[in-house]
Design a protein around this ligand. Structure first.
Ligand code: MRU
Length: 312
């Protein structure tokens, strides 16, 4: 059976996940024997990023095909905002009903994700001028999709075409997906970048240091409202204030036609101890950027502008 490069490896009927909580200091692979191991890895963000969560869950179901319904319920309950999770579980349910092999179907979903990422990157890179300074939030690279990446895939392809001078990387409080993971990926890809605190976005934009913003998504409502890592909405508001184009890059599996608008998107709240252990805290993991602040949504099907019609 084919094994994937990236954060998810399927080898001889066993699943291995790159523990992203340990990056960039250590590259430790977790061996998952049961759906419970995968659910635990998803919950504690050892595997994370909406598309990668979906692929990991698909392999998790392959591990426990004999008790599919129980495993599907467990995996589906791990993180509420990323719709790719429910999407991937549904694809596995269909495969099972059709009598298909779940590991092979998970391989296929992973392969499709890589293909979507590549197409998205080509579409998105065309939006860039030359030598742009682009800002991104959270981590949307291969680590987050198991493929080539969404927003980071767009940025990499634009960079290869000479269209990116530098990337501004929001550190992404509280779990630092930007300064730990995006920085690690951009470093490996030899793309010039600087990490900034999340609260630097106003200063950067008011000084004219950002030409474009590209971020990923965990769920896109039918009207284009987009849930992504907490802090994304703030970036979008400041970008609108300064006339900086703000784009979302995500596969069509992140679009949820059953969610009419952002107010219907369930927002994950995580353990406050991820924020601080010294005081009471609240820890919303995502926020919603209203469609009116988004210049365009880049998917494998092309660059979508409002009013949205996300035919798959
Ligand atoms: O909590 P995380 O690290 O899973 O959040 C990830 C994000 O917010 C990403 O921007 C999103 O999932 C898109 S990943 C291609």
């Amino acid at each position: 059976m084919r094994s994937m490069s990236g954060p998810i490896r399927w080898r001889d009927g066993r699943l291995e996940l790159l523990d992203q909580t340990r990056l960039p200091d250590e590259e430790i692979w977790l061996r998952c024997e049961r759906a419970e191991d995968v659910a635990d890895a998803i919950r504690r963000l050892a595997v994370r990023g909406a598309p990668a969560i979906g692929i990991a869950a698909a392999y998790g179901l392959a591990l426990d095909a004999s008790r599919f319904d129980e495993a599907a319920e467990l995996l589906g309950s791990t993180r509420p905002t990323a719709v790719n999770l429910a999407w991937a579980i549904e694809r596995q349910r269909e495969a099972r009903e059709a009598g298909a092999d779940l590991a092979e179907n998970a391989d296929r979903l992973a392969g499709d994700q890589l293909e979507s990422d590549r197409r998205m990157a080509e579409h998105g890179a065309r939006l860039f001028g030359s030598g742009e300074r682009v800002l991104t939030h959270c981590n949307t690279g291969a680590l987050a999709t198991g493929g080539y990446g969404t927003a980071i895939g767009v940025i990499k392809t634009a960079f290869d075409a000479g269209k990116v001078e530098r990337v501004w990387v929001d550190e992404t409080r509280p779990l630092l997906q930007g300064s730990r993971l995006t920085a690690w990926e951009l470093d490996n890809a030899e793309i010039p970048f600087k990490v900034v605190t999340d609260s630097s976005v106003g200063t950067l934009m008011s000084q004219g240091l950002v030409d474009r913003v590209v971020v990923g998504a965990d769920r896109i409502a039918a009207n284009g409202d987009t849930a992504n890592k907490i802090g994304t909405y703030t970036v979008a508001v400041v970008a609108a204030r300064h006339g900086v184009p703000f784009h979302v890059a995500a596969p069509l599996s992140t679009v949820d036609p059953d969610t009419p608008s952002g107010t219907h998107i369930p927002i994950e709240r995580r353990n406050p101890t991820e924020v601080t252990t010294h005081a009471n805290a609240e820890n919303w993991a995502f926020d919603v950027t209203p469609a009116e602040l988004i210049a365009s949504i880049i998917t494998e099907a092309g660059v979508h502008e409002p009013p949205y019609d996300f035919a798959r």
